[in-house]
Structures are given as structure tokens and as C-alpha cells.
Design a protein around this ligand. Structure first.
Ligand code: NAD
Length: 264
């Protein structure tokens, strides 16, 4: 298996989906994982849990705000100091708060770009343990369609798709030996989706949100299926591939080139 004896760094890995990705990969032979997250308390809790279940030598928590490149760089540096290698980077940290959209862009977009640059330009070339490394960027089904009540979050997740489509091209692979794959989860039961009434831009958006047929359009899935999708794409997701995991189903999507999108 690709994941066997490899080292991963997961942003936003202290809780939610990021933590579950760590567990899934550890269960499948991962040698070590860094959880790079802003939340100290959850980070320490996560370290305790992983240490109990897999051993203290398997995990490192580094307090990190991905919107600050130096902090993310520090997490990469600490990872190779502890584990000696770095093979898998999961750019997962993200928020969905329309009211602080500039900050959200800093986390969801800049944070993901920093993660790609640090991995592809600096750390993978020196520290990958095999022939190939992997970046998994986390977009969303919101990266594949417009959603009236979440325009700014949708914009950040479309940005992640564009980034991954560009970095996941054959010429990029040829010169970096890095597979860049993307996962687009559907609505999944984590704190990201809680307290939506406090996250709207203003009262008009709050009103729209309350009237929006969210649950019909975005069926809520339990977390368990999403880490399975992570393992699948780390193992066998082709470079540039984009995967949806929604309503307990995992499938690859094909985005067409603009010429094929021409309206007939
Ligand atoms: N839950 C969903 O329905 C859903 C659907 C599609 C995509 N996603 C995406 O999946 C990713 C994880 O979401 P989740 O549902 O696990 O959310 P979550 O809120 O449960 O967890 C997010 C984690 O990221 C951390 N984090 C937040 N800001 C950070 C920052 N600036 N730097 C580092 N860490 C930070 C938090 O402390 C937390 O541990 C996000 O990118 C999100 O957009 C989630």
C-alpha cells in the first residue's frame, strides 16, 4: 500500500474530518502524522488518543494557523525533524463563515496554496521517502456548484478546484513527482455546519439561509464514509483526479475543458 510507512501532515487535523483522516491512515500503516491546527485543546486531546491507540512516536501536534505561511512552514519543519520524511500533505483546514469572508479566504485559499507550495517546492523534493508524494486538497461539493446562501465559501472551494486542476497536470507531475488529488465532501456532520445562524453575512443572508432547502439539496452524511474516500484517493487517485463523497457514495468527477462547455 502507498500509505505503508509513510509520513503525513494534516492541516486542521486536531478534530473533525482531519482527525478522522489521521486515524484512517494510521490504521493502514502510516508511520507518523503531524496535526497542524489552531486549536491547542483539541490538538492535545488528539495526541493523547492517537498515542493510546497507536503509540506516542506516531503523532505530533503543532499549533498552526494555516493562513500564516511561517506557521505552516514551522509545522512542516517540525514534521521532518520528528519523522525524517514527509510524503503526504492533506490541506484540510477550513472554515465556513460568510461573515468573516476575508479571513475565510486566508484560511481556505491562502492556507491551501501555502500547503501546496511548501510541499512541492521545498519539503517533498528533500524528504519524500519513495518515488512519489501526494497532496490531497479538500474542496467541497460547494466547489462544484453555486449555492445562493454561501457565495464566499463557494468561491473559496472553487479556488481549491482550480488550484488542484492546475497543479495536478501531467507536466507538473513530471517535474515534481507529486500526485495532486482533490476530495469534495458533501454535507457531513461536523461542527463546520453547526450554528449557521451565527455565520451569515447579514440578516438578508440569514433569512435566505432559513428559507433555503438545504437538507433536500445537501443530504447530511455521517463522517465514517469520508475517511474511506481519503484512503482510496491516497492509494489510487490518479494525478489531477477529483472525487465526491456524498450521501454515502464515493465517485470521481470529470470536469470538462472550456471548449466542451460551449452552450449549444
Ligand atoms: N463538514 C462538511 O460538511 C464539509 C463538507 C465539505 C467540505 N468540508 C471541508 O472539510 C474541511 C474540514 O472540515 P470539518 O467539517 O472537519 O470542519 P471542523 O470545523 O469540524 O474542523 C476544522 C478543523 O480545522 C481547524 N482550523 C480552523 N481554522 C484553522 C486554521 N486557520 N489553521 C489551522 N487549522 C484550522 C479547526 O480547529 C478544526 O480542528 C474543511 O476544509 C471544510 O471546508 C467539510
Amino acid at each position: 500500500m502507498f500509505v505503508d510507512k509513510k509520513v503525513a501532515l494534516i492541516t486542521g487535523g486536531a478534530s473533525g474530518l482531519g482527525f478522522r483522516y489521521a486515524i484512517e491512515l494510521l490504521q493502514n500503516g502510516l508511520r507518523g502524522v503531524t496535526l497542524a491546527d489552531t486549536d491547542d485543546a483539541k490538538g492535545n486531546e488528539a495526541v493523547l488518543k492517537i498515542s493510546e491507540d497507536f503509540g506516542a512516536d506516531k503523532v505530533l501536534f503543532v499549533k498552526t494557523d494555516v493562513a500564516v505561511k511561517e506557521q505552516l512552514d514551522n509545522a512542516f519543519k517540525r514534521t521532518v525533524e520528528k519523522f525524517g520524511n514527509l510524503d503526504i500533505v492533506i490541506n484540510n483546514a477550513g472554515v465556513m463563515v460568510e461573515a468573516i469572508w476575508e479571513k475565510m479566504i486566508g484560511i481556505n485559499v491562502n492556507g491551501t496554496i501555502y500547503g501546496c507550495i511548501l510541499a512541492m517546492e521545498e519539503y517533498f523534493p528533500k524528504y519524500k521517502s519513495g518515488k512519489e508524494a501526494v497532496i490531497v486538497n479538500i474542496s467541497s461539493v460547494a466547489g462544484l456548484q453555486g449555492i445562493s446562501v454561501l457565495p464566499f465559501y463557494v468561491a473559496t472551494k472553487h479556488a481549491v478546484i482550480g488550484l488542484s486542476r492546475s497543479l495536478g497536470t501531467p507536466d507538473q507531475y513530471e517535474s515534481t513527482k507529486t500526485r495532486v488529488v482533490t476530495i469534495c465532501p458533501g454535507a457531513t456532520n461536523t461542527p463546520l455546519l453547526h450554528d449557521l445562524d451565527k455565520k451569515a453575512l447579514n440578516d438578508r443572508y440569514l433569512d435566505l439561509t432559513m428559507k433555503h432547502p438545504t437538507f433536500d439539496l445537501f443530504p447530511m452524511q455521517q463522517i465514517d464514509i469520508v475517511p474511506k474516500c481519503m484512503l482510496k484517493v491516497v492509494e489510487e487517485g490518479p494525478n489531477g483526479s477529483i472525487w465526491v463523497v456524498e450521501d454515502d457514495e464515493i465517485y470521481e468527477v470529470e470536469l470538462r475543458n472550456r471548449q466542451d462547455l460551449k452552450k449549444k
